[in-house]
Design a protein around this ligand. Sequence first.
Ligand SMILES: [Zn+2]
Length: 468
Amino acid sequence: MKTTRIAYSHRLNAGKYAALVEQARRLGRVRSEVWQRYASVGGAWLTDRQVRDRWLAEGTHRQFGVLANAWKETVRDAMADITATFEAAKVPARKAIRRHTSDPAERRRLFGLLKADRWAEDPYLSRLMRSRWRRGHNRTRNQIVVRADQHNTRVDSRGRLWLAVPGLVRRQLVRIPLNTIVAPTGTLRLILRGDRVEIHYQIDAATMKTSQRPCGEATIGVDKGYTETLTDSDGDYHGEGLGHLLTTESDRLKERNRHRAKLRSVANTAAQRGNHAKADRIARNNLGAIKRDRQAGCHQARVRTEIFTAVHQVVDKAGVVVAEDLTKTFTGRKSLGRNTNRRLAAWTKGVTARALKNVSERRGSVLVHVNAAYTSQVCHRCGCLGRRAGDRLHCTSCGVVWQADVNAAINVLRRHGDPDITLHTPYLVVKQIVQARADRHRSRLPLPDSSPARRAESESSEALRNER
Ligand SMILES: [Zn+2]
């Protein structure tokens, strides 16, 4: 498995930046040409090498004014993007094939043709791909792809790392000072944004230090919260700084947006009165996007670190992690609108989902997704629907107050191997099952008594509460 790393340029001189921007602009034309000519349902059978050979034969490459390696790498990159659009179209096409025929031999034949990119040979498949595939256009004009053997790094006498990449003139490398001491390796993707160069490159996840850490052996259920990233079924909390990070960021954004709105109105008034110099000055100096985007990037990096650390802590003790499928819950939900808090929370959900998948894969633990309907509302001991108040869940049947997140994590763990509630059981059916179980429990235990066993449990819940 590969993961992407990003290095940034540090105080890059404006002349060099402008030269890189010009190179990226010219390579953008290369990309557009590739999309223009080869992004069609009929052209999918060409490889990037064949495109290169054609261009060399026709002399197409001469119009771009870039070095040979630069345009060749760009052609390869753009062809890979086009291939990705076909792969995306194959997903609904496969579904349609399954509806189209139930004959196994015919299905195998169609799937085979699709896999080998030979859909043009069959009229039905050809029609299918034409309707499922969406033609795209190139909008990338700020990227330079540099092949692994075309760049090098050097450390200067003051310990700064410099990355040298080809420019527009042969044998004249552009040297970029970096903000890191880790040299980027392999194929590099330079993205030019906000007077800064981002160097994206991939490393093998297996070589990362955290991938060497073995996973645990327990089977553990986790519940995703807001104040803490994850709560597990043992009653432990992980990533407890998340809530604070999100709240401070949301407050900061609110304040900043208020200031920006005020400045924008000042600029508008000035423009209306004919003072365009002032309006331009405000737009340029106070309402830019560079600093804003950088701050957003910093915050996102901090949240990611918090979440990944939390997931690593869970995997330290778990060989099997049982969790709700956090990628699923987005669908069917209403638009989150302008509410910053909810938007941030929705975004962290996606990060947590990726972290669980990514860390599990790297460290060899198993991630099991379960149906999480009603796990936060049901008492894990008796199965009755409890009453939720803040972070407590009060079960009127047992007369016990649980820590809501811990209770939910235990319920999530039990859904693993639940004979009736599977991942795809509809919400309403889950509700019926949950109620039927609670009724059965009530008829078995008619009195909410205080037998010693029960008192012990309620004391342990008390202990949990005090721990916090
Ligand atoms: Zn109960």
